[in-house]
Write a protein that binds this ligand. Structure first.
Ligand code: MN
Length: 288
């Protein structure tokens, strides 16, 4: 199943090029009061929501996807975990390009030494909201990645069990200002994490470590690879992340980008695709 969020926080079930509004499925969510429980409420109750969505979808008319504004399929992750330099050819290009590595030793070490990093939750948007670039005097880059959304609380999980903790997958864009600062600073402006176009449930992707991914800017292909070239595969990333912090339902892990990163500027149009998940178009603008 493919579940999206759209327009004014509606929830949609994706059927080919159309969606059915199944927002009423959220009626099964428990009423919560402050302080809110950790984790995204919809993903914490995902099985119930999906079952209810299936029941009510038929009564809801088909809406063309291109007529809605797609939001991030996850509203409230407790954290966005990201993998730096997780493809060898990307590490090679970072090491070979001073505009990317900025003569900063921490930018050129391997993921085994660098570990993971966090992006601000406030950076998260959906493809319909677009990217609003900041610091236009500096290089702003696209990075296309496969994103995993955690489905249940995961603490110290083994690599062998790791993928059973995934609720679904999406396309992630890790938009990045190049510079010497810490990754979490340069990659966390508002709109610098794009998640979409929807969440495809984990049962539909048997092996996330075997997916083509690519990105085009204004029709020109920039990145084109396969997740089999990851240095730490999706299960290893969950094992590593959950050895440092508990992962909660709705937490997002973006798994690293392959070679071919490059600049984007206001006015650009991005098309990102991941095999089996789908594709999303994202407009690039400028922050006001
Ligand atoms: Mn990245």
């Amino acid at each position: 199943m493919k579940i999206c969020r759209f327009d004014d926080n509606r929830v949609g079930l994706v059927e080919g090029p159309a969606i059915r509004d199944v927002t009423a499925a959220l009626d099964c969510l428990p009423a919560v009061r402050y302080p809110f429980p950790a984790g995204d409420l919809m993903i914490s109750n995902f099985e119930h929501v999906l079952a209810r969505a299936r029941e009510i979808a038929g009564a809801s008319p088909l809406i063309p996807i291109e007529s809605v504004k797609l939001l991030s399929p996850v509203a409230n992750p407790t954290k966005i975990v990201a993998a730096p330099v997780n493809y060898q050819k990307h590490l090679d290009e970072v090491r070979g390009d001073a505009q990317i590595h900025q003569n900063t030793p921490g930018h050129t070490i391997t993921i085994q030494k660098a570990g993971l990093f966090l992006k601000a939750n406030s950076s998260l948007v959906g493809p319909g909201e677009g990217i609003a670039l900041r610091h236009l005097d500096r290089r702003n880059d696209h990075e296309v990645e496969v994103a995993m959304v955690i489905g249940r609380k995961a603490n110290n999980v083994s690599r062998a069990d790791a993928l059973t903790y995934v609720a679904g997958y999406a396309i992630g864009l890790d938009i990045t200002i190049r510079g010497p600062e810490d990754r979490s600073f340069r990659k966390s402006p508002d709109t610098y994490t794009v998640l979409g176009p929807w969440l495809i449930t984990a049962d539909e992707i048997r092996n996330p470590g075997e997916l083509n991914l690519d990105i085009s800017v204004n029709g020109e292909q920039r990145q084109n690879s396969n997740t089999r070239y990851m240095i730490l595969d999706p299960a290893a990333l969950i094992e590593l992340a959950s050895s440092f912090y508990t992962l909660y339902p709705g937490d997002v892990i973006i798994t690293g980008t392959p070679e071919g990163v490059g600049p984007i500027v206001p006015g650009d149009r991005i098309l990102a695709r991941v095999e089996r998940i789908g594709s999303m178009e994202v407009a690039v603008g400028e922050a006001s």
